[in-house]
Write a protein that binds this ligand. Structure first.
Ligand SMILES: NC(=O)c1ccc[n+]([C@@H]2O[C@H](COP(=O)([O-])OP(=O)(O)OC[C@H]3O[C@@H](n4cnc5c(N)ncnc54)[C@H](O)[C@@H]3O)[C@@H](O)[C@H]2O)c1
Length: 463
């Protein structure tokens, strides 16, 4: 399709494809806080019910709802509405198709994470960016969360010198973690598995925190909790098809009642008739093909190494990370409160006093640092990211939090390599997946060339 002329108006014309839970963040920002700099001109979804629901919600903000298009008419939407920017919030495995078609039509793209789900799709996006010259912003909201930005600032300031290794452990509890096994994410063909879908956030954070490019990955993974056998160990006779009408619903601690949440009911239950998508499928059903327990060892071009784990059936939600540096160790942990996507509950809100940052020099006393904080979803990160998207350049960005397709690829491919390593039992080199990658613009940390001061004499221990 030939490139389309762009709107001369000062407000950025935006269209959104994929109108589920996540698109609401962007839609409401454009119609609300950022109405002065952006305008919503088109909405597109494969589900006719969710399309109408989103248009209806728009009428609460504006007199006229933006034009709506079924997925088959995405290109017609671009022709008729001439957006400057297309926001992609569909199921992960369809991101590449919409990103490439939008860029071919002359639009810039803002895409949700993961940028895509496999190496071929990744290469397709990178080639389209080069060919069309359009921009592709990947919305890594985790970078914008104040405590994680604070960690980046401490590493940049050289507080622990040069980072040589990292231990990073991410825990999903049985509310949030189980939710991935109910939804489309439970099939690898949709999400790439949790090492892509979820861990893209974590691998991006490490790439960005270290200012480093991943080189190779060795991984293991298994599904041992969300299985038919576990349902029976928990005393159920199932698995069954779904929670709604489940004969063992009252006995099952994993039941999700779509009728009990206004958001879940209107967004999913009432739209099932259009495409048959069930939002509350049994977490123990046999056809799930993603892991719930994953470990990866990653090496970086700086020489640093990462030991990473992701567990989806844990007793608490959050993470612990430790950076081991030439001058000391930085420990950081976050305990989060409950999250169920699309429901009316705290969205990844950080529990009070749940955030810690501690600096431990090689010699001398450890220091607890008061972490930066902010209000809002994803620890305040979503709001700051929206400001960066819709009013770019107005907020100084010394940490370089804004991410493009290069960062999108550098994180997705760690997960893709991990998946391949699990399948083959061998370590996988990142450049063997989609060819050499261009380095994102990272804010610099100290490097190996920097001189490290000799620590003072050790204090004798014991007698
Ligand atoms: N950054 C974050 O913290 C964060 C949080 C949640 C979701 N997300 C991302 O946002 C995206 C959407 O997730 P969600 O939770 O809103 O899922 P969802 O299931 O609520 O919504 C997905 C929507 O896409 C539509 N859709 C599916 N396939 C389509 C296709 N081929 N063409 C057009 N429409 C299609 C569905 O009908 C649905 O309306 C995912 O990529 C997810 O990874 C990111």
């Amino acid at each position: 399709m030939p490139a389309l002329p762009h709107s001369p108006a000062s407000r950025r014309r935006c269209a959104i494809v994929g109108l589920g839970s996540r698109h609401e963040l962007y839609r409401d920002a454009i119609l609300g806080t950022h109405a002065g700099s952006a305008e919503l001109v088109g909405l597109c979804d494969a589900n006719a019910g969710r399309l109408e629901l989103s248009r209806e919600r728009c009428r609460h903000h504006a007199e006229r709802a933006p034009a709506g298009y079924p997925a088959a008419d995405f290109d017609r939407m671009l022709r008729e509405q001439r957006p400057d920017t297309v926001i992609v919030t569909t199921v992960d495995a369809s991101h590449d198709d919409y990103i490439v078609r939008a860029m071919e039509a002359g639009c810039d793209v803002i895409t949700e994470k993961p940028m895509t789900t496999d190496a071929a799709r990744c290469r397709r996006i990178l080639d389209a960016c080069r060919r069309t010259g359009r921009s592709c912003q990947v919305t890594f909201n985790y970078r914008y969360s104040p405590p994680r930005s604070h960690v980046k600032q401490l590493l940049m300031a050289g507080e622990i010198g040069d980072v040589l290794s990292v231990d990073f452990h991410w825990l999903l509890n049985t509310h949030h973690g189980a939710d991935y096994f109910r939804r489309w994410h439970a099939r690898r063909e949709n999400s790439g598995g949790l090492l892509v879908h979820k861990a893209t956030h974590h691998f991006d954070l490490v790439n960005w925190w270290l200012g480093a490019m991943p080189v190779s990955v060795a991984a293991t993974g298994k599904r041992e909790f969300y299985t038919p056998a576990m349902a029976r160990r928990l005393g159920l006779s199932g698995p069954h098809e779904r929670c709604l009408g489940c004969p063992e619903g009252d006995a099952c601690g994993f039941r999700l009642d779509l009728r009990a949440s206004r958001g879940l009911k209107s967004l999913y239950l009432e739209q099932e008739g259009h495409d048959g998508y069930l939002r509350d499928r049994c977490v123990f059903r046999p056809e799930i093909d993603i892991e719930d327990t994953m470990n990866a060892l990653v090496t970086y071009d700086t020489g640093a190494t990462l030991s990473y784990s992701l567990n989806a059936f844990n007793a608490w939600e959050g993470y612990t990370i430790a950076f081991n540096g030439t001058k000391g160790r930085l420990e950081h942990s976050v305990v989060e409160s409950v999250y169920v996507n699309g429901a009316e509950c705290a969205q990844g809100a950080v529990a009070p006093d749940g955030v810690r940052i501690r600096l431990i020099p090689l010699r001398g006393a450890a220091r607890d640092i008061t972490p930066w904080s902010a209000e809002g979803d994803h620890g305040g990160g979503d709001r700051l990211m929206l400001e960066d998207i819709f009013t770019p350049g107005t907020v100084p960005d010394p940490l370089r939090r804004r991410a493009d397709q290069r960062a999108g690829a550098s994180s997705v491919l760690v997960g893709v390599a991990a998946n391949r390593s699990i399948a083959t039992g061998s370590a996988v080199r990142i450049e063997d997946l989609a060819g050499p990658l261009e380095r994102p613009e990272f804010a610099p940390n100290p490097t190996r060339a920097d001189r490290v001061p000799m620590p003072p004499h050790a204090t004798p221990v014991g007698s």
